[in-house]
Design a protein around this ligand. Structure first.
Ligand code: HEC
Length: 121
């Protein structure tokens, strides 16, 4: 006769297959929600960062300064992925800092979309 724990184990694994499947679906769902985890509060502080930190080089209204203007007209040739990469990697040869330690990909994407659309819009 098999030990009881083995039967219990078998039994729960069989039942768990269904449970696991729905757990995976739930995890995938949570994952898709987390693809855009930027809260309204965080968006407000990113907007503040854009004006004050990015703005310290690119100008408060992003018209340019030490760094180039970040207005939709100047960024016409850039796509969002290129802007995200530029923000996260920076340019060590010029004064553009790398933001990858401070901003998540989603946050850099938010800023890229923001400047591409125009901060006043
Ligand atoms: C210390 C100054 C400085 C700060 C702070 C700064 N930048 Fe820059 N940024 C630059 C310079 C200089 C360049 C041009 C680099 C080059 O020529 O490749 C640049 C380039 C860029 C570019 C590429 C566009 C282009 O025309 O070259 C983007 C996008 C950008 N910055 C976004 C940002 C964002 C968003 C922030 C804030 C999160 C930020 N920058 C903060 C100096 C800065």
């Amino acid at each position: 006769m098999k030990p009881l724990w083995l039967i219990v184990l078998r039994h729960t694994t069989a039942r768990c297959a269904g449970g696991m499947a729905s757990l995976l679906v739930a995890a995938a769902f949570v994952g898709s929600v987390q693809a855009d985890p930027i809260s309204a509060e965080r968006r407000a502080s990113l907007d503040h960062l854009l004006r004050h930190d990015c703005g310290s080089c690119h100008g408060m209204t992003l018209q340019g300064g030490l760094g180039p203007a970040l207005l939709p007209e100047q960024l016409a040739d850039w796509d969002i992925d290129g802007l995200v990469a530029a923000i996260l990697a920076g340019n060590p040869e010029r004064a553009m800092p790398a933001w990858d330690g401070l901003l998540s990909d989603a946050e850099a994407r938010y800023l890229a979309e923001r400047i591409k659309k125009g901060v006043s819009n």
